[in-house]
Design a protein around this ligand. Sequence first.
Ligand code: 3HC
Length: 295
Amino acid sequence: MSIAKLAILGGGQMGAGIAQVAASNGIDVTLIKATPGSSDPVKATIEKSLTRLVEKEKMSQAGAMEVMGRIAFTDDLGAVATADLFIESIIEDIEVKKAKFAEVDRIMKPQGILASNTSTLAITEMQDATERSERFIGLHFFNPPTAMKLVEVVPTRTTDPSVTSVAIGFCERLGKTPVLVADSTGFIVNRLLTPYMVDAMRCLEAGLSDIHGIDTAMQLGANHPMGPLALADYIGLDIVHAMATNLYESFGLEHMKPTRTLDHLVAEGILGRKSKLGFYDYSESPPVPNPALHG
Ligand code: 3HC
């Protein structure tokens, strides 16, 4: 079995990016909005992303139109009925995810595969909300999905090996490198990366350096494309907070716990790039360190 029809639930950064990558590799995609409202903003996000590729002469205008033509936009979950693969990419709330999976399980054709793009939540807990645990798997993409080469593939104890093979083939068709990971909070990357970002916030709180200093040190000293504070802003501080909370609740290790700065920023709706303010102020071009945070 190979994947010809993909349904994605969730039109955020991840859902939109996965849709673009899949459609760019010849797969028919239905992008289902998880919250009420128009699909126009997510459509515009993908169009803008493709326009950038056309401008950089990495894709022709006709190619970009072909990719857009392969993506259908809807808010009707019924669209999963004929999909070969369903990827959930919605809010990190286990109860909401379980409810959606139970619903999709009832609607989707029996051979269909269910997958979650969760950052840190347990795949096993989600699959238990369905009647098809042997056709359930984790497929964890990275932000931005258009550029990041990795997909963590997370089979559970009950995932049929043939489903894992199909999932691996799907990732490879998208030009990604799959890495198999056991079902454990944060898998590999977020288990290592989240405490790193949170520790960078502790360094800031302890006055080791300022925002620019901490990010420059890790960019130039460890050859990272972005410093940890810029990366946290890029991912979204609410998402980083949720990841740190889940890791801390799972492993009980102090260095995984959200810091007070992260608690305060998220409580105030200061979420990084998407809210135009985080460790940096994105209303400026180029962004400048947020002066309220010893920047
Ligand atoms: N569509 C398709 N491809 C695109 C694209 C788009 N809209 N935008 C960029 N790309 C491709 C480019 O073509 C380029 O590919 P090439 O090397 O083959 O030419 C590649 O992506 C890099 O693009 P750019 O050169 O434009 O971008 P930069 O060099 O400025 O890098 C960045 C931007 C990729 C975001 C880089 O800064 C980076 O890697 N940052 C770290 C990101 C990271 O660590 N992400 C993981 C976060 S953790 C996570 O996601 C887990 C989740 O659960 C929260």
